[in-house]
Structures are given as C-alpha cells and as structure tokens.
Design a protein around this ligand. Structure first.
Ligand SMILES: C[S@@+](CC[C@H](N)C(=O)[O-])C[C@H]1O[C@@H](n2cnc3c(N)ncnc32)[C@H](O)[C@@H]1O
Length: 208
C-alpha cells in the first residue's frame, strides 16, 4: 500500500492547465458537457478529485459533493479552488480504504482515477461498500482505445513534455475492462460509451 501520493502531487498547483494542454480544451469540454447532463446525483463522493476540474460540474447537479484525493497537495489545491462553492467539501482519502461507513452515498464519481491506480477492481469494491443500495457509480477515464495512431503519438509527446515519465501504475483501460470490473462486483451497467474526438475517455455509469 502506498502511504503518500508522490507522482500527481507535483502538479497540484496547475494540474488543470497542464491537462488542458495534454488533452486539448475541446475534448476536455466535451467530457465536462457529458457530465453536466447527469442529474439528481444527491449526496456524492468523488474519488481522486485532483485539483477539482470535474468537481465543479458534478456539484451543480448534486445536493452535496465530498471531493476527495489521496494527495495532500491535490486536496489542499482543491480546497482553495472550490471554496466558493457552498455544497462542496474537500477531504483527503485513499480510494482503497475509505474512512466512510457502508451505504453512505447516493453516487460515487471518479474521473481519471481508474487508469492510474494499481488495483482498479479494489477501488470499485471499496466504492461499492460506501454506496447506498441502488446508488450509482459514474466513471470517466482517459483511454487510447478508439484513438487514431497519430493522435496517440502526439498525445504521448505532449504528456512527456508536461508530466515526464508516466506514473508506474498507468495502464490502458478499455470500455469493456471497466464494464467487466463493474459486472464482477454485481453492478448493473446503465450506460457505457467512448467519448471525445481526438482524445478519448471511457464513460460508464452503473447501479449497485
Ligand atoms: C490523473 S489525476 C485526475 C484528477 C482529476 N480527477 C481530474 O481528472 O482532473 C489522478 C488523481 O488521483 C489521485 N490518486 C492517486 N491514487 C489515489 C488513491 N489511492 N486514492 C485517491 N486518490 C488517488 C492523484 O493524487 C490524482 O490527483
């Protein structure tokens, strides 16, 4: 078990700007637009919130959003950046060992977490534990699935320039991988699609 997040923490101050460059503003906006259509999310737990790019959008259709990240630096940056939004609280939490009771949340949201952690299935199990019966899980995660080869090469160049070597835990997660992980944990898939144009992300929603 990792005790301190050290890879992403280095980019806490300007993570969103760096990501805008690596992903491209147009595709990032398309992903945010997709998420903004999710309604009545009620009491939401976000895992791996980074510096809050997606938290703002999710909070618009939630009663409460508890945005969490394992990195002290990311959690601190989110706290500062999101402090004017009254229904968001930020806490430090490890997605493998959440400090929350069983059946606590209506919705679990994770953006770009599944493809950067060592044991994504374990994070899904832990998410299921804290999710209420009939609660929803929403997963969005960048993937090279469906991307044109030249766009993959360009993205790798932008990534290396921006972040250096990829995180040791980074892996390609395909749409079917995420669906299979959820089905194995007895979730019922409610939507699954690849979104984005030059850059792609898997988008999956499922019910406990
Ligand atoms: C690729 S970033 C994505 C951040 C944000 N969700 C976004 O898409 O802009 C991954 C985030 O997951 C966090 N993270 C890594 N391991 C984690 C863990 N075990 N539990 C919770 N967060 C973790 C990192 O600190 C980082 O902020």
């Amino acid at each position: 078990m990792i005790q301190k997040e050290i890879y992403w923490s280095r980019f806490a101050d300007d993570f969103e700007e760096r990501n805008n460059y690596v992903i491209g503003k147009a595709d990032l906006d398309a992903m945010l637009a997709k998420l903004s259509k999710l309604k009545e999310l009620k009491n939401v737990l976000e895992l791996g919130c980074g510096n809050g790019t997606y938290s703002r959008i999710i909070a618009k259709n939630a009663d409460q959003l508890l945005a969490t990240d394992f990195s002290d630096e990311m959690a601190n940056a989110s706290e500062v950046r999101l402090k004017s939004i009254s229904n968001i609280t930020v806490e430090k939490a490890n997605c493998f060992n959440l400090p929350y009771a069983d059946n606590s949340f209506d919705t679990i949201f994770m953006a770009n977490l599944l493809h950067i952690i060592p044991q994504p299935e374990k994070a899904i199990s832990e998410a299921k534990r804290v999710l209420k019966k009939d609660g929803a899980i929403i997963i969005i995660s960048y993937t090279s699935e469906g991307m044109k080869f030249h766009n993959i090469l360009k993205m790798i160049c932008r990534y290396m320039k921006t972040y250096g070597k990829p995180s040791p835990f980074a892996q390609k997660i395909k749409l079917t991988d995420a669906q299979n992980m959820l089905v194995k944990k007895d979730f019922k898939i409610t939507e699954a699609s690849l979104i984005g144009s030059k850059m792609k992300a898997i988008f999956v929603t499922a019910q406990k």
